[in-house]
Design a binder for this molecule. Structure first.
Ligand code: HEC
Ligand code: HEC
Length: 397
């Protein structure tokens, strides 16, 4: 059994830096066309995600399940993760494919030598990317100068965003005595995410801390299955309930995919795109399960609407996807060739554990009850600010 999460599991940041990060997180000023914020896809009202299987970035309108495509060209390729505990010291790998990762003292990312210096954490490196991604926050190159710059130079686009923020007196005051550059912005966003999205204090933590009655009998039975016969903890291990390793669960393909260089097929091959190791085909990082009851839908492409459906898929990865019904309003590839490749990889490179297909309904229910005990009370820090220094409306929609 893991240890409960404690304050010392997270780095400390100053209240001023967290307050700056909070304002920036909700401010559409950071997006090329001032119409989308980090919080649009990582919304505290939906557990830190967006309630969509695949989110809608720049050009979309509205929030949560009601968000519409508007001018957006296509859906996001993957489900927006909920940000819980990403600032914890033990987190080594960010994104579903771990493409931002800590290797000893080195942070590895796709931007190679272009990252600014002085970043305070792995998370601070990560938050730089949505800012310059066309479909997330930057927008079409012809629609604004930041998106245009991002096409040829990430550092130039980051500098423009920093100048835009630095032009606002309220932000200069909040950042003082520091000057506003992209490092100030990235570090403040990381400080906010790390501080506000902490899941300490769940019933599970209280149980691990010695309060046996914190879990009811069904939850305790679910926990025994999770750490025993159901095999869950083979992969969902440690205080965050993830080994931070990559496994192929043969999820059916959904959405536009992530086109890799030199790959003619639009698909999402997961960790393969980072490692170029064929054994990593369709492998995705084991998700952290804290607050999971609040963050539906599930899976790297959001294909499962409920906890029950995701558990049932684990029990029979090849059988379950055969009769899968895609969520409404999203193009399902219905690409049988791709599904066949995913299954072939599943069989060729088996995962280290397999959930038994024989769990009966009552056991599935107990596992779900246990997963609910991982929910923590939310702090006020995740709440939406009423006003922003830029004068724009939070979210910008
Ligand atoms: C259009 C929706 C969208 C917007 C806007 C957006 N994100 Fe994300 N975010 C995503 C998606 C989708 C992923 C997963 C991408 C992947 O794994 O390839 C993600 C991943 C992340 C992760 C890694 C999560 C993990 O579990 O490893 C962090 C941290 C994050 N975003 C923070 C931010 C911040 C900070 C901003 C604002 C600067 C932002 N995001 C804006 C959709 C969005
Ligand atoms: C072989 C490793 C492994 C085992 C065993 C395993 N899981 Fe998973 N689990 C994963 C991976 C990997 C994913 C994400 C797959 C993807 O998105 O392609 C996942 C996804 C999930 C999700 C969705 C979370 C989210 O935020 O999207 C839940 C819930 C979950 N697992 C619960 C369980 C439970 C309960 C068990 C035991 C009955 C279990 N898992 C056993 C590796 C595993």
């Amino acid at each position: 059994m893991p240890k409960p999460l404690m304050p010392q599991d997270y780095p400390q940041y100053s209240a001023a830096e967290v307050a700056l990060g909070r304002a920036l997180f909700f401010d559409p000023l950071l997006s090329g066309n001032r119409n989308i914020a980090c919080a649009t896809c990582h919304n505290p009202a939906y557990g830190g995600s967006d309630a969509l299987a695949l989110g809608i970035g720049e050009g979309g309108t509205g929030r949560g399940a009601a968000r519409q495509m508007g001018r957006a060209v296509q859906r996001q390729a993957r489900n927006a993760p909920a940000l819980w505990d990403l600032g914890a010291r033990q987190v080594q790998r960010l994104f579903h494919d771990g493409r931002v990762e800590q290797r000893g003292a080195v942070v590895r990312t796709a931007a190679e030598g272009q990252l600014p210096s002085g970043l305070n954490s792995l998370l601070a490196a990560q938050v730089l990317f949505p800012l310059i991604a066309r479909s997330e926050m930057a927008g079409a190159p012809e629609s604004n100068e930041i998106a245009a710059a991002a096409q040829t130079s990430a550092p130039e686009a980051w500098a423009m965003i920093a100048r835009r923020v630095g032009a606002i007196a309220g932000y200069r005051d909040m950042a003082a005595p520091a000057d506003i550059d992209i490092t100030t912005i990235a570090n403040a966003l990381a400080a906010y995410i790390s501080t506000a999205f902490r899941s300490m204090g769940s019933d599970f933590d209280r149980y691990l801390g010695g309060v046996r009655s914190a879990l009811d009998p069904d939850q305790r039975a679910g926990m025994a299955l999770f750490y025993g016969k159901a095999q869950c903890s083979q992969c969902h291990s440690g205080p965050l309930l993830s080994d931070q390793a990559f496994h192929n669960l043969a999820l059916p393909p959904l959405g536009p995919g992530r086109t890799r260089r030199f790959d003619p097929v639009a698909r999402d091959a997961g960790r393969l795109a980072v490692s170029d190791d064929v054994r990593d085909s369709y492998r995705f990082r084991t998700p952290f399960l804290r607050n999971v009851a609040q963050t539906a839908p599930y899976g790297h492409n959001g294909i499962f609407p409920t906890l029950e459906s995701v558990i049932r898929h684990h029990m029979d990865p090849l059988g379950a996807s055969a009769d899968f019904i895609p969520p409404e309003g999203i193009t399902h590839w219905q690409d049988v060739t791709e599904l066949r490749r995913i299954r072939a990889a599943f069989l060729a490179y088996p995962a280290k554990a397999q959930v038994p297909a024989t769990l009966h309904q009552r056991q599935v229910d107990q596992l779900i009850r246990f997963l609910h005990s991982l929910s923590a009370p939310q702090t006020d820090q995740v709440a939406v600010p009423e006003t922003l220094p830029s004068g724009l409306r939070p979210f910008g929609d």
